[in-house]
Design a protein around this ligand. Structure first.
Ligand code: UT7
Length: 367
């Protein structure tokens, strides 16, 4: 049987740091409140030149390098995001082009902050079915572009960033072991971006009413999150035939340290079994779990053979958990040098546009 192994990982965050003190210069808040109620100290905010796709590409390049895989080896790219660059084309296609991943299918997946778990599960299922061998799974967000910087209920929470995993097919045991995915659309109003979709296209009215900004009922989302984090973790463990004692790390969605503490109480685990880095990045939505995993792996906290559970919740409402055994790079011949493919990819992309333009001229003359 083919298993889906996590063989490469990478992350990218914008350089610009926004501290709680920076926020308190333009909204009525303070560092003590934010730290006490959320655990967040600072977050990263995209510069004008950072986009959901460019952060994703930087994270993906690092993941490809780690796995020693070429962009042209990728069969599939799944980009989980709630902040796509456009409604269409999919941000995954922009990433495919920038990487020079000429063989890959590419699509976006939207399950908000649970998205990376959904995407990793979909990538693993595609590998298990035998239809693909190598998948790039990304969580990438530029939430700062949709945050109302005058709304202290939301703007203090969110940050920008991206994380990426390479999944590879291999017959040895390990990799993604189980996953559970849940949703409850009756709670859709609790966390939403009301305008910009087909129901409420952006108009003067939606703009004046601030419907192009994230809106959230924080208390209700908090209550929902504390209810589902421990139960989803247990479900994924049971599905994998594991107990909580078999697992080295729980990697939760990084929304609020109090939600993670509630999950720890629910699972009767000490906090030192949870990976927490929200103090430095805030809530990066679907990117938060891969960013936390990448930092932990790079710090040597997660080692090959370790069992981990990733667990998340978010808008939709959605929630889910995924159990995995960490693998690390598979043995491979030679250096893949993904950077070279990225440079060639740029030339290729430009050449394809030129050919399309010339073909268009010829076609027009023939008509
Ligand atoms: O990925 C999923 C995304 N969403 C979440 O995970 C959000 C989950 N919810 C939360 O994390 C929390 O509900 C918040 C951090 C959003 C809010 O914390 P809370 O402890 O639930 O605060 P609250 O909304 O109950 O507000 C308590 C007080 C209020 O004052 P009064 O009415 O008691 O006088 C707020 O006006 O704190 C006030 N407050 C603030 N004060 C300073 C609310 N926001 C702020 C702020 N700075 N930024």
């Amino acid at each position: 049987m083919l298993n889906a192994h996590i063989t490469g990982w990478g992350m990218a965050v914008p350089e610009r740091v926004m501290t709680n003190d920076d926020l308190s210069e333009f909204i009525e808040t303070n560092d003590a409140w934010i730290r006490e109620r959320t655990g967040i100290r600072e977050r990263r905010v995209a510069r004008e030149t950072d986009f959901t796709s460019t952060l994703a590409v930087d994270a993906s390049m690092r993941a490809l390098k780690k796995a020693n895989v070429r962009p042209t080896d990728l069969d599939l790219i799944i980009c989980s995001t709630s902040t796509p660059e456009y409604l269409f084309p999919a941000t995954a296609c922009l990433i495919q082009d920038q990487l020079g991943a000429t063989k890959a299918g590419a699509f976006d997946l939207l399950a908000a902050c649970s998205g990376f778990i959904y995407a990793l599960n979909m990538g693993a299922q595609a590998i298990r079915s035998g239809s693909v061998k190598t998948v790039l799974v990304i969580g990438s967000e530029t939430l700062s572009r949709f945050v109302n910087w005058k709304d202290r209920n939301t703007c203090i929470l969110f940050g920008d960033g991206a994380g990426a995993f390479i999944l590879q097919a291999d017959e040895r045991p390990g990799g993604v072991l189980s996953a559970v995915m849940h949703s409850d659309g009756s709670g859709g109003d609790l966390l939403k971006l009301p305008s910009g979709g087909s129901r409420r296209p952006i108009s003067e009215t939606t703009y004046q009413d601030g419907e192009h900004y994230i809106q959230m009922d924080g208390r209700e989302v908090f209550r929902f999150a504390t209810r589902v984090m421990a139960s989803a973790t247990q479900e994924a463990l049971t599905a994998a035939g594991l107990t909580v004692q078999d697992v080295r790390w729980i990697v939760p969605h990084q929304a609020n340290v109090r939600i993670i503490e509630a999950a720890a109480r629910g699972l009767k685990l000490p906090m030192d079994r949870f990976i927490v880095n929200l103090d430095r990045y805030g809530n990066t939505s679907t990117a938060s779990i891969p960013i936390a995993m990448v930092e932990a792996a790079e710090a040597g906290k997660i080692q090959p053979g370790d069992k981990v559970v990733m667990v998340g919740f978010g808008a939709g409402l959605t929630w889910g958990a995924l159990a995995a055994e960490w693998t690390g790079p598979l043995p491979s011949k030679g250096a893949a040098r993904p950077e070279r493919y990225r440079q060639l990819g740029r030339i290729r992309s430009w050449a394809r546009r030129l050919i399309r333009f010339i073909e268009g001229l010829i076609y027009r003359r023939e008509l």
